[in-house]
Design a protein around this ligand. Structure first.
Ligand code: FE2
Length: 203
């Protein structure tokens, strides 16, 4: 079964501080590109004989498969977490306060990490660590860096394609705009899913 694009859950016409053109371009070209690439890679993988294929063919295809799979997943998290006013509810605030000391402290760290990647590329992830049972802010210089036992619940895309149309080189302004447009309800839902699955996994 080929992978299919997840429909946009946010309304690109009414996002705070970001244009429809930016969101639609990001969704169709970059997220859509990853999904198309993933399907092509999987077709190639289905054609080759693993036992006799040269190592460089296997290594290349499996590497590109991982890049495309993670790009797909992280972009889905990114778009799913957009479309509201950036104000978390009580449960999310409590979870963040428990693991970071305060919501404000978490927020300043997450923002600083995004701005530190400005001009480069990568992701800043708020991830749930199943191993340690806590939330962590995770640095990712590309699609392949994710915490080994982690589940990303909030993903900030710091690739230039995610902001250049609206913000040019002003990556810091984009980070502030993203923070004010987070749909925390969806992030909270993702955290609930992650913690529930963690408990099931421990049984
Ligand atoms: Fe992106």
């Amino acid at each position: 079964m080929p992978y299919v694009m997840k429909p946009l859950t946010c309304d690109p016409m009414h996002l705070r501080g970001m244009s429809e053109r930016l969101i639609v371009s990001h969704y169709e070209n970059n997220y859509g590109g990853a999904v198309k690439r993933l399907n092509l890679i999987e077709e190639k993988l289905a054609e080759i004989e693993f036992a006799t294929a040269p190592g460089f063919i296997l290594n290349g295809l499996k590497r590109e498969q991982l890049v495309a799979m993670n790009s797909k997943i992280l972009h889905e998290n990114f778009f799913d977490a957009l479309g509201d006013d950036g104000k978390p509810g009580t449960a999310m605030r409590q979870a963040i306060t428990r693991d970071f000391g305060s919501y404000e402290r978490w927020r300043s760290q997450f923002i600083a990490m995004g701005k530190a990647l400005g001009g480069g590329s990568g992701w800043v992830l708020l991830s749930w660590s199943h191993r340690d049972g806590k939330l962590v802010n995770q640095w990712a210089p590309d699609h392949c860096h994710t915490l080994a036992d982690g589940r990303a619940i909030l993903a900030l895309d710091m690739y230039e394609h995610s902001y250049h149309i609206d913000f040019g080189a002003k990556a810091a302004t984009y980070v502030d705009t993203f923070m004010d447009a987070i749909r925390w309800k969806n992030v909270e839902h993702r955290l609930t899913e992650a913690t529930t699955q963690g408990r099931l996994g421990a049984q």
